[in-house]
Design a protein around this ligand. Structure first.
Ligand SMILES: Nc1ncnc2c1ncn2[C@@H]1O[C@H](COP(=O)(O)OP(=O)(O)OP(=O)(O)O)[C@@H](O)[C@H]1O
Ligand SMILES: [Mg+2]
Length: 349
């Protein structure tokens, strides 16, 4: 079994609390993505699992072993670092072969060649095996870095934003490739990123990390549909969820603690209405859908519309919300954890 279990992990650097009481279980074969902004503690968490840092409190187990006090070498993990960490004087082949050449391993040359060639095919760098890594593009270097983590079959793979330095097209390609590779190998991966698209497309489950705290863990869908806070709601989904203060809506029959209405673009219906309260300020045509920006009561709402629908900039519209979320004045979702209650529609005036 290649699971990872963190129990009550805390880590500080001087006065900075990098991680506070983190408990997380990554199942065997799971692709767990931790999503969080810069400084959230993502790299620190991976380094703790790898044994490169020691926690002040808590325990870490890998597989069925308590690894809390194990040295990095005996933890059987491989790590793709946030910045490239290739050996510049070596070729692609030698970089990929490096982890297999450790004195303790003593693999025969033929076996090394075969594993390196197979891995190079997996990450599509097999046409450049004899090229020095300094002659590769950034994307190719990153493939080698990922490949180097894959040549061994460790219990778990740790990946620290491995795609963040790549251009959008390559990132999208490698995202899919990584997901395929993980499925094919049945690998257990703990992957950290600040990119919500990466999290949503690759993760079996996502953990939302913020200022050292693990705020919510669930599938992309669970978190998207039932985020625990308005902040988490804003973290997942583009364009961002529309957050409207209840106080700006006039007299409404909403549950008492509701302070904010959260309406995703697909929760807003626009009707053509020359006397409507909203004014269309911009229409973004994206091919398969359109984003319509509407000004209403000094606030801008972004709404989803079918691409074939003709909506002119400057026209007046009626605005109706359905399936919206409600948050209290601390930003907590009133339905957190439970089923999102059925709500009647809310017609904005
Ligand atoms: N070696 C260190 N010494 C002192 N403070 C550190 C050290 N490593 C991390 N920190 C602090 O701990 C916090 C978490 O850092 P960490 O590198 O884990 O964040 P991150 O989520 O990986 O951010 P990024 O997205 O920028 O890589 C930050 O406030 C950082 O300044
Ligand atoms: Mg980091």
């Amino acid at each position: 079994m290649s699971r990872i279990t963190l129990t009550g992990i805390s880590k500080r650097f001087g006065d900075v609390v990098a991680l506070a009481d983190i408990s997380l279980a990554v199942a065997d074969g799971e692709f767990m993505v931790l999503l969080g902004p810069t400084g959230a503690g993502k790299t620190t968490l991976l380094r703790l699992v790898a044994g490169l840092e020691r926690p002040e409190a808590g325990s870490i187990s890998i597989g069925d072993r308590d690894a809390t006090h194990e040295s990095p070498a005996s933890r059987d993990v491989s790590f793709v670092f946030q910045r490239y960490s290739l050996y510049p004087h070596l070729t692609v082949f030698e970089n990929l072969a490096f982890p297999l050449r450790a004195p303790a391993r003593r693999f025969p040359a033929a076996q090394i060649r075969s594993v390196v060639e197979k891995t190079a095919q997996l990450v599509r760098i097999d046409h450049k095996l004899s090229t020095p890594v300094t002659k590769l593009s950034g994307g190719e270097m990153q493939r080698v870095a990922i490949g180097r983590a894959l040549v061994r079959r460790p219990s778990v793979y740790l990946m620290d934003e491995p795609l963040s330095s790549l251009d959008a097209k390559l990132r999208a390609e490698l995202r899919l490739e990584l997901k395929h590779i993980q499925r094919d190998l049945g690998a257990t991966i703990l992957y950290v990123t600040h990119d919500q698209t990466e999290a949503m497309t690759m993760a079996t489950r996502i953990g939302i990390l913020d200022r050292g705290e693990l705020i919510q863990v669930g599938t992309a869908r669970e978190i998207y549909e039932n985020p625990v806070t308005a902040e988490v709601a804003a973290r997942l989904g583009t364009p961002r969820i529309n957050l409207i203060p209840v106080a700006s809506l006039g007299e409404r029959n909403l549950p008492k603690p509701a302070a904010l209405v959260g309406a995703r673009t697909e929760h807003i219906r626009l009707t053509s209405d020359p006397g409507g309260p909203g004014t269309v300020t911009m229409v973004e045509h994206l091919g398969n859908e359109s984003h319509v920006h509407v000004e209403l009561g000094g606030r801008e709402l972004v709404c989803l519309a079918e691409p074939q629908r003709a909506i002119a900039t400057g026209s007046r519209v009626g605005v109706t919300l359905s399936n919206f979320l409600l948050f209290d004045d601390h930003g907590r979702n009133l339905d957190a954890g439970g089923r999102v209650s059925d709500r009647s529609e809310l017609v904005l005036a």
